[in-house]
Design a binder for this molecule. Structure first.
Ligand code: UT7
Length: 349
């Protein structure tokens, strides 16, 4: 069976830099708190009206396509991962297909939040391996800045997230042993409400009232969207940060080890781990738990914050551009987030 390689990679981050001190204009926070708890120094925010999740994805895709030595006309399938789509529906995949004037190819959107890009890589890998497609564009893009609560009430979430996009073009591998060795996908919906954006939605509090007994002033959500929800700021994401942190530091190392074990490899074989950039403290914990050296892990959350579905391709692209990933290297992508869902992909570059 064919294997799948990353033939081209690109990233795009918006021009506007927002430092921790800039956030102090909107909420009670401090550079010290944010750096100490998350490692983040700054993040990028998209232009409010000129840039969308799709337009940023297009910019990253253009670079990935060019580096793959192909053209938009040759792409035969699109997979777009995001939690901040331009529209509730249709998804960003079709908007990208239109914007890039691609053929009438299939476009699939993936709603897996932080692990969305790794899930997308896994899906693409199956299509390449079976020979169904030869040039798949996978994009992860987020415009978080448009949907965060910038008041002190939302500070535990809003300081973390940033905007940006990353993209790869996947093609059949050209050499024996090259490409994606295996992918590993997991979920545990027991804690779905601990990192979630409930509204607008159709839940009518069916789940929320049982799972989040202490959710402040949960309205009877008998409408898709109501004034009451907006008045109570319940149209913003909710996160129980400490619970997410505790689960992440268990599942990240587990899914990396699962990928290595599946291929009879160990952490000493690993050239580069690209962890989803959730929190620098999480990445450091994972690095320590796996016994990896600094040269084996790439982090850039300090500059870009947590860009959810875009964070893995942005970090991968940056590491590759800096010459930290070369042909023959063993690279592991790993992600954990809302759902919970978590995943890894082991790649021989
Ligand atoms: O990619 C998606 C997956 N998400 C994650 O992996 C996130 C995992 N969780 C985390 O990264 C951490 O839990 C956070 C960075 C979100 C929060 O750090 P923490 O050390 O868990 O803080 P906390 O939520 O327990 O809050 C501690 C205190 C609270 O004050 P009190 O109650 O002790 O007086 C918060 O109100 O820090 C306060 N706080 C802040 N203070 C200043 C929360 N956010 C801020 C803030 N600035 N931005």
């Amino acid at each position: 069976m064919l294997s799948t390689r990353i033939a081209g990679i690109g990233m795009y981050v918006p021009e506007q830099v927002f430092t921790n001190d800039d956030l102090k204009e909107y909420m009670e926070t401090s550079d010290e708190w944010i750096q100490e708890r998350t490692g983040i120094q700054q993040r990028r925010y998209a232009h409010r009206t000129e840039e969308t999740t799709t337009t940023m994805g297009v910019e990253a895709a253009k670079i990935a396509i060019e580096r793959a030595g192909t053209t938009a006309a040759d792409i035969d399938f699109i997979i777009f991962a995001t939690l901040s789509p331009d529209y509730y529906f249709p998804g960003c995949g079709v908007l990208l297909q239109r914007a890039m004037k691609m053929k009438e190819i299939g476009a699939l959107d993936i709603r897996n939040q932080c692990s969305g890009f790794v899930y997308a890589i896994s899906v693409a890998d199956q299509f390449i391996k079976t020979g169904m497609y030869k040039n798949i564009l996978v994009v992860g893009s987020e415009k978080h800045s448009f949907g965060l609560d910038f008041s002190t009430r939302g500070r535990n979430i809003s300081v973390i997230f940033g905007d940006g996009a990353g993209a790869v073009v996947l093609q059949p591998a050209q050499k024996e042993g090259q490409g994606i060795l295996s992918t590993h996908l997991h979920s545990d919906g027991e804690s779905a409400e601990l990192l979630a954006m409930y509204n607008p939605g159709t839940h009518a509090n069916h789940w929320v009232k049982d799972k989040l007994a202490d959710f402040p002033d949960a309205p009877i959500a008998d409408m898709f969207m109501s004034h009451e929800m907006i008045d109570k700021a319940q149209n913003f994401p909710y996160m129980d940060g400490p619970s997410v942190f505790k689960k992440a530091i268990v599942k990240f190392p587990e899914v990396v080890m699962e990928a290595l074990a599946k291929n009879n490899l160990s952490t000493t074989d690993l050239s580069m781990l690209i962890p989803h950039q959730a929190n620098l403290r999480i990445s450091q914990f994972v690095q320590q738990k796996l016994g990896l050296g600094d040269h084996q892990v790439h982090n850039n959350i300090q500059k870009f914050g947590n860009t959810t579905a875009a964070s893995v391709p942005i970090a991968l692209c940056e590491a590759w551009e800096e010459g930290k990933i070369k042909e023959g290297d063993l690279v592991c992508l790993a992600a954990f987030g809302s759902g919970y869902t978590w995943a890894s992909a082991l790649i021989r570059w």
